[in-house]
Write a protein that binds this ligand. Structure first.
Ligand SMILES: *[C@@H]1O[C@H](CO)[C@@H](O)[C@H](O)[C@H]1NC(C)=O
Ligand SMILES: *[C@@H]1O[C@H](CO)[C@@H](O)[C@H](O)[C@H]1NC(C)=O
Ligand SMILES: *[C@@H]1O[C@H](CO)[C@@H](O)[C@H](O)[C@H]1NC(C)=O
Ligand SMILES: *[C@@H]1O[C@H](CO)[C@@H](O)[C@H](O)[C@H]1NC(C)=O
Ligand SMILES: *[C@@H]1O[C@H](CO)[C@@H](O)[C@H](O)[C@H]1NC(C)=O
Ligand SMILES: *[C@@H]1O[C@H](CO)[C@@H](O)[C@H](O)[C@H]1NC(C)=O
Ligand SMILES: *[C@@H]1O[C@H](CO)[C@@H](O)[C@H](O)[C@H]1NC(C)=O
Ligand SMILES: [Ca+2]
Length: 598
């Protein structure tokens, strides 16, 4: 009897399997229309069923630093919806569907970079590779290539709050809510089966991930978040600190001098981690032990250059090859080529070192109170770049693109993508701009709400990682948020006890030598973790909490914060050590503010 029942069950399973629609069958507008989420899934929106477009891609090959290489077929589905109470509103979402055989009951949202809310087709493959329906949104900005800055102003002086809320958090909430239900409907997942839901993004994409985890406790089971551009009010203004240091100290270091100081720092600090491999794995020991004054007098020389396209560019797209997802023309407009530089030779000056020291110390107001944290020692000084003027034969200010646009458009509400001058701008001005940004965009962009109790209770897991030599978003920005969560959720607990509690659902990894959302050309071989989505999936679905993070590069194991890497046995054995003085060097007291800055 039992044997017979079993045969029947197997037969039924077999029939069910055989009945799975092929990718070709799924990938038609009519099949997709029948699976669109019901109106009630996201209150207040209406999906336009006639907008559905499908494209079958039989055999695509993917490779990236943020997911494993793969060749597979998928169906690209795009449709539009609108918010009922917003006249003229139209939001597009794209979902890539794997074949029914490859679908593993998973949904993945992917994020953007810089002022873009998506990364086109460069991040979205990550989900399909993991057997998930994978989504991107255009935020309602007009097209997948339209960035938030293009729609930010209704007119000069008037903020488009709908677009700002969408960029801040709402578009991703809708993308994921629709995407999860869409996946269920397409593959006939029964109500008693879970569709796991994940997020992956870096830089602005990392901020977008946190915007969801902080607000929507049940939305994602796991999130792989790199170098988040959060604490937005401070972060965007921080891009101008280098410029204002130079202006205040009236010294504009030639590019070759800056390069030389960076190179000498790397050379001096490389070995502090126990292994001379060209990678500064312990930027904290570099900060504690390296006296940058020793570079004064070192000779430098550089050949003339014709004016490079600024890659890796500041502010960052997650996987930014120049010919990647965003049209070059669009990037070029926001990040114009650097001025050509002449042949240079000289020696490192005391003025140059003073500028770099102030830059690395971070923003203090005129009363010496700290307004923001800073980058790690060993970085290349992207945010302190100067420009050569061939007419005057002099080096001068090169206003940082992201910082300049932030001040001009988002703070002063002018319809311009650059700040014409920094005339009259002091350290105090920068601090005031930070306060203004934090206040004005506190509920949309700041993204540092530190109470993750509900997310933890819902069983969610966050894996956060940040290049330790990130020259765009200071690595300590991630450490500060970790500390804010720790002290908010576990007040009064001993450090180790609260770290152990956080470990259950939130783990932070600093990636030695890595730059902004990738390895760092100034430290060849610097690693970057390529399988973070797979790692967080394993954590959520199998309970395999990552002790260390695996990475691609000359270092394949990344220590988990607060433990720090140290090599022994002549650089052959990696230890993850506890070192109080190093930990203390990551913590800043922001005493320039009267309110908490998480
Ligand atoms: C889901 O079920 C419907 C109705 O039985 C069927 O037409 C469709 O092919 C199924 N979907 C998949 C992906 O197999
Ligand atoms: C997929 O690509 C591989 C290698 O390029 C090729 O051999 C194969 O025929 C392709 N399959 C389809 C269905 O296009
Ligand atoms: C998906 O297909 C649409 C056409 O429907 C196309 O415009 C878009 O570029 C594709 N999106 C991606 C991310 O491949
Ligand atoms: C801003 O300027 C651009 C041209 O630079 C123009 O296309 C756009 O309409 C202007 N927007 C507003 C809100 O004035
Ligand atoms: C570096 O030199 C400056 C200027 O002479 C001095 O103020 C500073 O204390 C020196 N720093 C160190 C660490 O010696
Ligand atoms: C954090 O959130 C939880 C759940 O909403 C709440 O019970 C707790 O009081 C909050 N803690 C703080 C410090 O706000
Ligand atoms: C905290 O844990 C580390 C190991 O992770 C250990 O070395 C250190 O001594 C502990 N500190 C305290 C105060 O127990
Ligand atoms: Ca080293």
């Amino acid at each position: 009897m039992a044997a017979k029942l079993r045969t029947v069950a197997v037969a039924a399973l077999f029939t069910a399997a055989a009945a799975k629609a092929s990718l070709r069958e799924i990938c038609t507008p009519s099949f997709v229309r029948a699976a669109l989420p019901a109106r009630s899934i996201v209150p207040g929106i209406t999906i336009d069923a006639s907008s559905v477009e499908t494209t079958l891609v039989a055999n695509a090959s993917f490779s990236s630093n943020s997911y494993p290489s793969a060749t597979l077929g998928y169906c690209n589905v795009t449709f539009a919806y609108s918010h009922d109470n917003v006249p003229g509103d139209l939001v597009h979402v794209t979902y890539w569907l794997p074949s029914a055989c490859q679908f593993q009951n998973r949904y993945v949202s992917t994020g953007g970079g810089g002022l873009a809310i998506n990364s086109g087709n460069s991040a979205i493959p990550s989900g399909v590779i993991a057997g998930a329906v994978s989504g991107i949104t255009d935020g309602g900005f007009g097209s997948f290539n339209t960035m938030w800055n293009k729609v930010f102003l209704q007119q000069e002086g008037v903020i488009n709050w709908q677009a700002t809320r969408m960029f801040g958090y709402q578009a991703h909430h809708e993308l994921a809510t629709l995407g999860k239900q869409f996946a269920r409907n397409i593959y006939n997942v029964t109500d008693n089966k879970k569709v796991y839901s994940y997020y992956q993004g870096c830089s602005e994409g990392g901020r977008e991930g946190w915007s969801q985890v902080q607000r929507f406790a049940n939305q994602f089971d796991g999130a792989a978040i790199g170098a988040p551009a959060f604490r937005y009010g401070q972060q965007q203004v921080n891009h101008l600190v280098g410029n204002v240091v130079e202006q205040t100290m009236r010294y504009f270091p030639p590019s070759c001098e800056l390069e030389k100081i960076a190179k000498l720092t790397i050379a001096a600090c490389d070995g502090l981690d126990g292994r001379a491999d060209g990678i500064v794995s312990r930027s904290d020991l570099c900060k504690l032990h390296f006296n940058i004054n020793t570079t004064i007098g070192a000779p430098y020389s550089c050949e003339a250059s014709s004016g490079a396209f600024p890659f890796p560019f500041p502010g960052g797209l997650p996987d930014g090859p120049p010919d990647g997802p965003l049209p070059r023309s669009r990037i070029r407009r926001q990040f114009p080529p650097q001025n050509p530089t002449p042949a240079q030779s000289g020696t490192v000056t005391a003025e140059g070192v003073a500028v770099v020291s102030a830059f690395l110390n971070g923003l203090l107001d005129s009363q010496g109170r700290r307004a923001y944290i800073s980058w790690q020692h060993g970085i290349i000084f992207d945010d302190a770049k100067t420009a050569y003027n061939a007419d005057t034969n002099k080096w001068g200010l090169s206003i940082n693109g992201l910082g300049g646009e932030w001040a001009a458009r988002f703070l002063q509400l002018k319809n311009t993508s650059s700040l014409a001058s920094l005339g009259g701008v002091t350290y105090d001005t920068l601090k005031e701009w930070m306060v203004l940004g934090m206040n004005r965009y506190g509920d949309t962009l700041q993204t540092t709400y530190p109470n993750l109790t509900e997310f933890r209770s819902a069983g969610g897991k966050v894996l956060q990682f940040h290049g330790e030599q990130d020259n765009s978003i200071p690595t300590a920005a991630s450490v500060r948020y970790y500390e804010s969560v720790r002290t908010t959720m576990y007040p009064g607990q001993a450090f180790n006890q609260s770290v152990a509690a956080l470990d259950e659902f939130y783990r932070l990894f600093l990636v030695p030598g890595a730059g902004h959302c990738g390895s760092n050309s100034a430290q060849p071989g610097s690693p970057w973790p390529q399988t973070t989505l797979q790692t967080v999936i394993d954590w959520v679905e199998k309970g395999n909490a990552p002790e260390t993070l695996s990475a691609k590069g000359a270092i394949d194991t990344i220590c988990r914060w607060p433990l720090r890497p140290m090599w022994s046995a002549r650089g052959t054995v990696l230890n993850c050590e506890y070192h109080q003085a190093s930990l203390d060097s990551w913590v800043y007291e922001l005493d320039a503010y009267d309110v908490p800055v998480y």
